[in-house]
Structure formats: C-alpha cells, structure tokens
Design a protein around this ligand. Structure first.
Ligand SMILES: [Zn+2]
Length: 600
C-alpha cells in the first residue's frame, strides 16, 4: 500500500530464488503516495433502520455456535442474550493471560503538522483475566512506577488500575446487566461484514461510580458485543477516566475477543482549557499462548528429530562445525523462548517477505553463509532490530513505520552485516538453564546489544551491501526515514527505546544507525505530499490476538491531502474490518484456532 513495493516482493515469493535484479524493475517510481490509514468512519454503512430484530434473523447460523437457544424476537430478548454472552466471554477468558501493550503519545499543537507527539509512554504487561483482574509488567518495576507517578496517571485513572483494565476489556466486569444499566436501541449498522444492533448504554441512578457509559455494537447472530465506545461515569472527584473505543474480533468460534483499544483526550480549539492531550493505542494478544506453547513443544520434537539427519556420516562434529552447532543451539533456544513468552510471532508470511529482501542483498553481494538467514517478527511496538545466530528479528512497530522496501533493506542490511562479520552474540544461551525464567522477566534475561565498535563496523559493511544491491539507486527514502527519525525521536523516547537490541538513536535523539545515508538524502519537506519519510504505527502488520500470527494488511491506499495526513510514527484510531470467524474473508484466521477453541 502506500509505497507498497513490498507487495511486489510478496508476489515474488513464488520465485524466491529468481535473480535479484528483478526487483529493480518492478518497484514503482516515487510519486504521490497514498495513506494506508485505517478505514474511515464513513465506510461503516448504515443499512437498516428498521426494528432491531426481525424473525428473519438467521436462526441457523451463529446461534448454533454458542448455544442452542432460539433467536430472540424482541428487544428485551436481544438484551438478555447480550448480557448472557458478555458473561460467557468473561467466563471463557478467566483462564487466559494475554499480553497487553499500551503506547501513548502526549500531544502539542504544531502549526504545520497539527497535534504532534511531544512525549510518549510505553506500558507492556500480561493480564490475568481470572476473578481478580491482575497484571504483571514486562518492564522493570522501578521504571513502571516512576512512569506511573510521572504525570499521566495523576490526572487520569489509568487503565493499569485493575478496575480500569477490566473496563477496557469488558463493558462492566461485575454488573453488566439490565438492573444496573439502561439500554436504548439506536439503529442497525454494518461494521465491516458484520451486521450489528447498536445500543446506547447509561448506568442507572445510584448504581455507583465508574460505570460504563456510551455505545455498544452487538452482532446480530449470537449477540456478542463487538465494539464499545465511551467512558466511565460518574467520574470520581480525584480523577478522570479515559474515553475508549474498544474493538473485538471473532478469532474463535462463538466468541469475540478484545483486541484493540484506542483512547484520546484533549482539545486544541481556541481558548480550550483542556491543556492535556494524548492519544494511545492498546493492543492485546497472546490469548492462546499457554496452549500454543505446549503445541509447539510437540512440533519442536518432530523438527529436532529431522534436523539430526544433517550431520550424516555418523561422525563427530569438527571444531568449526561444533562451534556453529553451538551457536545454532543458542539461536533456537532464544527464538523458541521469545515465541513462548508472546514476544515473537510464529513463523509466517511476513517472515518470508523479510527473508526475500535479505535474499536480494545476499545474492547480489555473493554472500556465502553456512546456513540461510532467517527473519522473524517481534510483536511489540518499540522500534528495534537485533540478530541472534542467523536469525534477524524486526519489531512490528518498525515494520509499520518503514516507508518502502529500500528502507526495509536498510534495516535488514545492518543485521545481515553483523551476521556476515560474525558478530555473534548470545552463544551463552546454548546453556538451557539460561532459558529458565518467567515470561515477564524476558527483558532482564535476554539482550543482544552490540558494542559501539561492532555497530560501526556493521553500518560500514551494510552500506557496502546496499550499494551492491537492487536498492542501490533507491537510498533516498531510507535517508529520509532516518532524517524524519532524527526530527521526531526527541519526542518519542519510549518508542525509540529498544528492549533487546541496539537503539537507532542516542539519548538526545540523534540518529546512530546508518547515519551516513542521511547525507545523500533530499531535504525533509513536510509540505511535499509525495515525500513520505515514515508511516503511522499500525499500517502494515496485522496481528492475530488469539494465536499471535502476523500478516501484512491489504488495506487499499488512501490519498494524502495535507501535511497533517502523514502522521509519521504516530498512533491513530482503529477501524478493523470485522468479519465472522471462518467467513473466508479473514485470511489471517488461524488454522490452529479450531483445535484450541476454549472448552468453556
Ligand atoms: Zn547493530
């Protein structure tokens, strides 16, 4: 999309081994690019304004998947069913401990770019959705607390309060029922492919503070809530509550699991008193982690037994072979551990796209390696890459913001250079005791930061690799990306703070990595609409909240009409296209989810 040169790469996958020169001809010239922003609100069509539910409401399809009750025929029955399904969801999720990531950008008004991030915060933890909603943080405790006390949460009852947490995920954890709430039918409306009954929801008088107030969208087959939009009410004297737009996806039969939450506060209108402004994206994933971990252990056993054949000849390994095997053992340990901790996507389509770009670099540079380079996607937002053994890991946030394939090649070339130069870190992880730590302490137990000398050497080698590659004439955009990074980084410290690898920037926000590419790049010009140095977050990688698989989004391009449309590195609202489980319109739907359906 936008510079969807990547899509070309993806289509090349059929002939992965084809000469790398092919990619040269196929990339499109840089011209007025289009935004791959989420679906605008206008695309949500309002179809029927008639009575909420008629007797023709497909009694066969969805109802069977949850319970064998006849389809509701009155509004009251619809509401009863909605309440029942909401409670069933809470029950089903009780045993789940998904990961929750919130990335928040404080905003200031910029004359040219509009509300622009001036400071950011990052929260990453794991939720226990059992009776007492609890969370454990992946980031260090001290850090978390200092951030907690650092401002945002003083004014807003933040979602990391367990109560707030549960509200973001459920309408009302304790009392979502018709005794506590008044429901008013609004209309019917399609969200994506899914027809919904829409209700406005108000807490009844005297039911206490912190009740949900807003609107819910209820799909009209099983009557699950698919979207919540509103806030808490009434607000306590000491705090405010965020406004939230919370989306659920039908990733397992019969249930819609919470996946995305967008929050926004602030008002930049003239003389507005509301000086505090921010926007935040919350993503939830890893619902099926525990079970997924066990499944993959079995697969791992099978894989291991086939790998053994390679060392044929029934001989001991030579010293060099042994050294390489040792490194591979460390690599496999780390990759498996990261995946089981919910930090790494399972192998998939996006890896292949990354690997194709690496392959373009390898082939044109006649690089010979004992094993092919693999690439994997880390599921978190902070911009980072690292490599362990022959595996390059790139974060979801970084893939999202890269403007084109050449920029991706720039990122990958640096890690490829580490591999080529033998800057192998992490062989200590071949000792299995070093893999025995809790998921939440992953960042304290793993790390792949190179010393400055190796960073410098890798950059130098990477530039040589790029100059010999199909991307040699396309290095303007990577240079522009780094320039934009240098401009934005001071206000995006949390996004730029890597957790396992080296940073792109220094403490002051100056670009450290591949900085030489900035010298030959054109000047940044926000008003040039065909200059897209970096994309907003969330535009490229689509994450399956249930099984952690990632895929590239296939949203059609939307034209940029002003400098404010560019939104480099920024968070935006979510508008996922809702589809029903197994409808075929959801190619990312997991094949394994069928086996992992909650037993309820
Ligand atoms: Zn490096």
């Amino acid at each position: 999309m936008r510079t969807w040169n990547w899509m070309i790469t993806a289509s090349l996958l059929l002939g992965i081994s084809a000469a790398a020169q092919q990619t040269v001809d196929q990339s499109t010239p840089p011209q007025a690019r289009a935004q791959s922003a989420p679906l605008p609100a206008s695309s949500v069509s309002t179809q029927q304004q008639a009575a909420p539910v008629s007797s023709s409401a497909q009694p066969d399809a969805g109802v069977a998947s949850s319970s064998a009750v006849p389809a509701p025929t009155t509004l009251d029955q619809v509401l009863d069913r909605t309440v029942e399904r909401e409670n069933a969801l809470m029950e089903m999720l009780k045993t789940r401990t998904p990961l929750v990531e919130t990335y928040l950008q404080n905003l200031k008004l910029d004359a040219q770019t509009g509300p622009t991030p001036s400071e950011d915060h990052y929260f990453f933890g794991r939720m226990d959705l059992s009776e007492s909603v609890d969370r454990r943080d992946y980031l260090s405790k001290a850090n978390f607390q200092s951030r907690l006390l650092g401002g945002v949460t003083k004014l807003f009852k933040f979602e990391y309060d367990p109560l707030g947490f549960s509200w973001m995920i459920f309408a009302d954890r304790s009392d979502f029922n018709r005794q506590t709430y008044n429901f008013r039918y609004v209309h019917r409306e399609f969200l994506g492919d899914v027809r919904c009954v829409v209700f406005d929801v108000m807490p009844k008088k005297g039911t206490g503070a912190g009740r949900f107030e807003g609107r819910i969208w209820v799909e009209d087959q099983d009557y699950n809530i698919v979207r919540l939009n509103g806030t808490y009410s009434p607000k306590p004297r000491t705090a405010s509550f965020f406004h939230m737009d919370s989306w659920r996806l039908n990733l397992v039969p019969g249930y819609w699991v919470p996946a995305y939450i967008y929050s926004e506060e602030g008002d930049f209108s003239y003389r507005s008193k509301d000086k505090r402004a921010f926007k935040a994206q919350t993503r939830i994933w890893g619902y099926n982690l525990q079970k997924g971990g066990k499944d993959s252990e079995l697969t791992q056993l099978v894989v291991d037994s086939t790998v053994k054949d390679e060392s044929s000849a029934a001989q001991d390994a030579s010293p060099l072979q042994a050294q390489r095997q040792w490194q591979q053992q460390a690599e496999d340990n780390v990759i498996e551990r990261l995946q089981n901790a919910g930090l790494l996507a399972p192998e998939g389509e996006v890896d292949k796209v990354l690997q194709t770009v690496v392959n373009n670099l390898v082939v044109t540079n006649n690089i010979e390696l004992p094993r092919p380079v693999r690439a994997r996607v880390m599921l978190t937002a902070p911009v980072e890459t690292f490599s362990v053994g022959n595996t390059i890991v790139v974060s979801r946030g970084l893939i999202d913001v890269l403007p084109d394939e050449a920029s991706l090649a720039m990122v990958l070339s640096h890690e490829l250079a580490h591999i080529v130069l033998g800057h192998n870190l992490g062989s200590k992880f071949a000792f299995n005791d070093r893999m025995l730590f809790s998921d939440e302490s992953t960042y304290r137990n793993l790390g792949f930061k190179h010393v400055p000398e190796e960073e410098e050497a890798a950059d130098k080698k990477a530039v040589d690799i790029l100059k010999n590659s199909p991307y040699s004439q396309k290095l303007d955009t990577p240079g522009l990306f780094l320039k934009e990074l240098a401009t934005r980084a001071p206000g995006l410290a949390a996004l730029m703070n890597p957790h396992l690898g080296n940073s792109f920037t220094d403490k002051k926000g100056g670009v450290q990595r591949m900085a030489v590419l900035m010298n030959s790049a054109p000047a940044l010009d926000a008003n040039k609409l065909d200059q897209i140095p970096a994309l907003p977050l969330g535009g490229r990688v689509k994450l399956n909240a249930w099984d952690d698989h990632v895929e590239l989004t296939k949203t059609p391009p939307v034209a940029i009409t002003s400098a404010r449309d560019k939104m480099p590195f920024e968070v935006t609202p979510f508008f996922p296209r809702l589809t029903r489980y197994g409808s075929g319109a959801n190619p990312g739907a997991p094949t394994s989810a069928a086996n992992s359906t909650p037993s309820n």
